[in-house]
Design a protein around this ligand. Structure first.
Ligand code: SAM
Ligand code: DTB
Ligand code: SF4
Length: 331
């Protein structure tokens, strides 16, 4: 039996995302070192065993509070520390958010994700956000928010409002983290993820690749995610969107095959999770996206904009799905 199937077979079937065996780094490195065709075959087989291989879940993003963030994430156009020409916007009114959610539902999105450029929300901000969650949920959509660090009582309030997913990325390996962000620690991120998990909210946690990290950092990023107990239900893999004015603008881009390998390894390590092909699709060819779907990506952000940067147009995605025979996954 191969190393991979041995570990996967030890997954408990009742608790789908619980793992009884931790992934050591060497085994993950072995996957990255596997010949491309063998790796993709293994990843696609795992994918097929767990999901409809032609279904892709669709989420739509909305930035509900834009810019002026005090954090110093080197990739982010919304940090107050970098001059990216972004217009800051206060927390949106509830009605405008609901209109955007209705349009997203009309266009086929099953999940609506609301993002705010905060280090952490204030309790009075949450008064409004919990209303947004309640009203989006009432439309029959899954709800997701990403608001920064959370306290226990804040997570509980979100859960009570009906929140399905909280997105909070660890972004990169623990080793590379301080190269990218200095205003909070890797442990701060893990603590919020625990808080979210303890409140009974599904965890959406992934990272960004193409930030100048080494392959071993990508292996370690995936190791931390895969060894979470339980594993995150949703794992966004973002390719860095380089934005002028941010420190990471101009960093050497990740090789496209290396990106596809990262998706494949994520699928093998987290067989039951939704692996989301997230930011960066505007810079990817249709063929590259097709390979990512083959490698096990089964979710995308759909809509002309991510939070502040461009995403493929809805018509381009519609065409791509049609050409690939992919259909949107239902809840
Ligand atoms: N402020 C909150 C936080 O950081 O947790 C929520 C919003 S933040 C914009 C959400 C995520 O977007 C970040 O964790 C990061 O992974 C991703 N992100 C931000 N800028 C990006 C970029 N230029 N390219 C790729 N992903 C990016
Ligand atoms: C995630 O992992 N990627 C999304 C979502 N979670 C919130 C955000 C991508 C942001 C890309 C840069 C921007 O548009 O501002
Ligand atoms: Fe702020 Fe989030 Fe951007 Fe970091 S990623 S600067 S915390 S909005």
């Amino acid at each position: 039996m191969s190393v991979t199937s041995e570990v996967i077979n030890k997954q408990k079937s009742a608790d789908v995302n619980l793992v009884s065996t931790m992934w050591p780094l060497e085994k993950i490195q072995t996957l990255f070192d596997t010949p491309f065709n063998d790796l993709l075959f293994k990843a696609h087989t795992t994918h097929r065993e767990n999901f409809d291989a032609n279904a892709v879940q669709i989420s739509t993003l909305l930035s509900i509070k834009t810019g002026a963030c005090p954090e110093d994430c080197s990739y982010c156009p919304q940090s107050v520390r970098y001059d990216t020409g972004l217009e800051k916007e206060a927390l949106m009114e509830i009605d405008a958010v609901i209109e955007a959610a209705k349009a997203a539902k009309q266009n086929g999105a099953s999940r609506f994700c609301m993002g705010a450029a905060w280090r952490s929300p204030k309790d009075r901000d949450l008064d409004k956000v919990t209303k947004m969650v309640e009203e989006v949920k009432a439309l029959g959509m899954e709800t997701c928010v990403t608001l920064g660090m959370l306290k226990d009582d804040q997570a509980k309030r979100l859960k009570d409002a009906g929140l399905d997913y909280y997105n909070h990325n660890i972004d990169t390996s623990e080793d590379y983290y301080a190269e990218v962000i200095t205003t909070r620690t890797f442990q701060d991120r893990l603590d919020t993820i625990d808080t979210v998990r303890d409140a009974g909210i599904n965890v959406c946690c992934g990272g960004i690749v193409g930030m100048g990290e080494e392959e071993v950092d990508r292996a370690k990023l995936l190791q931390t995610l895969a060894n979470m107990q339980p594993q995150p239900e949703s794992v966004p893999i973002n390719q860095l969107v380089q934005v002028a004015g941010t420190p990471l603008d101009g960093v050497e881009q990740i090789d496209s095959l290396e990106f596809i390998k990262t998706i494949a390894v994520a699928r093998i390590l987290m067989p039951k999770s939704q692996v989301r092909l997230s930011a960066g699709r505007s810079e990817m060819s249709d063929e590259m996206q097709a390979m990512c779907f083959f490698a096990g990506a089964n979710s995308i952000f759909y809509g002309d904009q991510l939070l502040t940067t461009e995403n493929p147009s809805e018509s381009a995605d519609h065409q791509l799905f049609k050409r690939l025979g992919i259909h949107p996954a239902t809840i």
